[in-house]
Design a protein around this ligand. Sequence first.
Ligand code: NAP
Length: 248
Amino acid sequence: MSEHIILILGGTAESSKLASRLQAPDRRVISSLAGRTLAPAEIEGEVRVGGFGGSKGLANYLSLEKITLMIDATHPFATQISDNAINAAIAANLPFVRLERPPWQAKPGDKWTLVGSLQQAAEIIPSKARVLLALGKQHISAFSERNNVLFIVRMIDPPETPLDLVDFELELSKPGTVERETHFLDTKKISHIVCRNSGGKASYAKIRAARDLGIPVIMVERPLRPKIHTLPDIESVTHFVEETLNLL
Ligand code: NAP
């Protein structure tokens, strides 16, 4: 029996956990990262970094590396790589699954305003608001026109270029526990949060803290995606992988 080689398109907490879960003596597990984070957390198994060069580049990689099965475990808003993954999987006729955590659902006490884009979020922020922008650096420019708002921009790594915002404070830290997020929102006198509906546990604490403090959240909804084979958690994806590899 030839060795199975699994490719995980990663960059999420779930993808790293999945890489650990799928380790076995008779296979290689390769995690692929875009290379956006300066010091990504350690991942079990092999890791490759950087783009493939579009869906054709990815299809070439699948063939060159003799990948047996591909898992798209990228972030729900990372739509380009997900499109590339579907196209490359079809072109290579490869077993494929998407791991996508379900979106957060509003609960009693949440004060969410749902918007379809970052641009819409920028338009509806009221004047004189103190806004926590819980977004990556590549998403900040949507807010550059707002000159009567103070943005508190929270990032993990410092931006390489100056932020394109009129009035802002930079906060270099990771999302914390509900207690820490409550303290943070309170001491920074945050009046609104802008975030995207990423789902998952890692960044939910600020949503919970906002509910407790009665702070409105401008929630950018997920982009509409094509219906493909998608599973919601590590357990179901692991099950699919083991069943599929047994049949190959
Ligand atoms: P994107 O817009 O969907 O992808 C842009 C390009 O980056 C892709 O066409 C691909 O380049 C490359 N790329 C993206 N993910 C890759 C991966 N896992 N391995 C190799 N190449 C990858 O992606 P994005 O929104 O910039 O996100 C980049 C990465 O950060 C993703 O892996 C995602 O899981 C992670 N992430 C994203 C977010 C977010 O908010 N979007 C949040 C947390 C983590 P080529 O076309 O050259 O192959």
